[in-house]
Design a protein around this ligand. Structure first.
Ligand SMILES: C[S@@+](CC[C@H](N)C(=O)[O-])C[C@H]1O[C@@H](n2cnc3c(N)ncnc32)[C@H](O)[C@@H]1O
Length: 289
């Protein structure tokens, strides 16, 4: 993703003025709908200083010129957001998925129907693989049915990591024991494990920005979009929720992060069925707005 960086050079006394911060915040808002509050200035300054050092760029003004390049814009987004994630994050979502959402979807797939799930803002893959293991836990031959899971993120670096599907052994602790058979340890990987093929076969990774017109049509039966909208301003959040509403099939479910809420035009088309879990209300098409 990142342009080849020249050998790092020391940038002494990195200066990051309020005007510099506003310029970066303005670009992040215009390009990605990010909402950077001034309290984030020290964090942005330290991450940017590292990036500039890596690129050998001497000051923010020179860096702003680099942002003409979309690759650098993506690198900027990547340093302004966090990719923190883990397997089976918010266990109650996976319990609800296993007990309430998947059984009718698997029945549908066994009768030859199509089932589509989406992890939007999937980071390095722990979320989509947790969903896939939950599916396989109920139906080990799921890959033989028309069930597929799309996993997307705006950051190509984490998408590649997800595609590789290799994780530190410590992360096993978050994975329920019954799924450890899908985590392949071997000598070559040392202290790492690799997601097994039946899990990987269910998941397709791709790079996608959620803050543009979505290049997917669905319909999706399940969307996980957790701890992503938290970075967006309200208008952008509402735009993202509305676009999910448009690609969700009848009675589809949307799982969001613990500090996120559905608002705007999409809210009238979804009902809350659990903590941060929504179901598309039957017969209601969210207004486009
Ligand atoms: C904190 S991680 C959340 C990962 C996972 N969903 C979870 O809850 O564990 C947020 C992810 O959102 C991605 N992201 C931020 N803005 C995005 C955008 N406009 N479109 C798609 N992904 C975005 C980031 O790259 C990052 O990987």
């Amino acid at each position: 993703m990142m342009s080849a960086a020249p050998a790092p050079r020391e940038i002494r006394d990195f200066v990051f003025t309020d005007a510099d911060f506003r310029a970066i915040a303005e670009i992040a808002h215009r390009e990605f709908g990010l909402n950077l509050q001034s309290a984030k200035k020290p964090l942005v300054a330290s991450r940017l200083a590292k990036r500039l050092r890596g690129l050998g760029v001497q000051n923010v003004k020179a860096y702003l010129a680099r942002l003409e390049d979309r690759e650098e814009l993506t690198a900027l987004l990547s340093l302004l957001t966090t990719n923190v994630t883990h397997f089976f994050r918010e266990q109650h979502h996976f319990t609800y998925l296993r007990e309430r959402v998947l059984p009718p979807l698997l029945d549908h797939a066994r009768r030859g129907g199509r089932v589509r799930l989406w992890s939007a803002g999937c980071s390095s893959g722990q979320e989509p693989y947790s969903i896939a293991m939950t599916v396989l836990g109920l139906y080990p031959n799921a890959a033989d049915l028309d069930i597929r899971l799309l996993a997307t993120d705006i950051d190509p670096v984490v998408v590649d990591r997800g595609r590789r599907g290799v994780y530190d052994r410590e992360e096993l602790a978050a994975i329920p024991r019954e799924h450890h058979k899908y985590c392949m340890l071997n000598m070559r990987l040392g202290r790492q494990f690799r997601m097994a093929d039946p899990v990987r076969r269910l998941v397709t990774f791709g790079v996608m920005n959620l803050v543009v017109d979505l290049p997917v049509k669905g319909p999706f039966d399940v969307i996980f979009c957790r701890n992503v909208a938290i970075y967006f301003d309200k208008a952008t959040q509402q735009k993202v929720w509305a676009s999910f509403g448009r690609v969700m099939g009848p009675s589809a479910h949307l799982f969001i992060g613990h500090s996120e809420r559905i608002s705007g035009s999409a809210a009238s088309g979804m009902r809350s069925v659990g903590i941060t879990i929504y179901e598309k209300a039957a017969g209601v098409q969210p207004r486009i707005g």
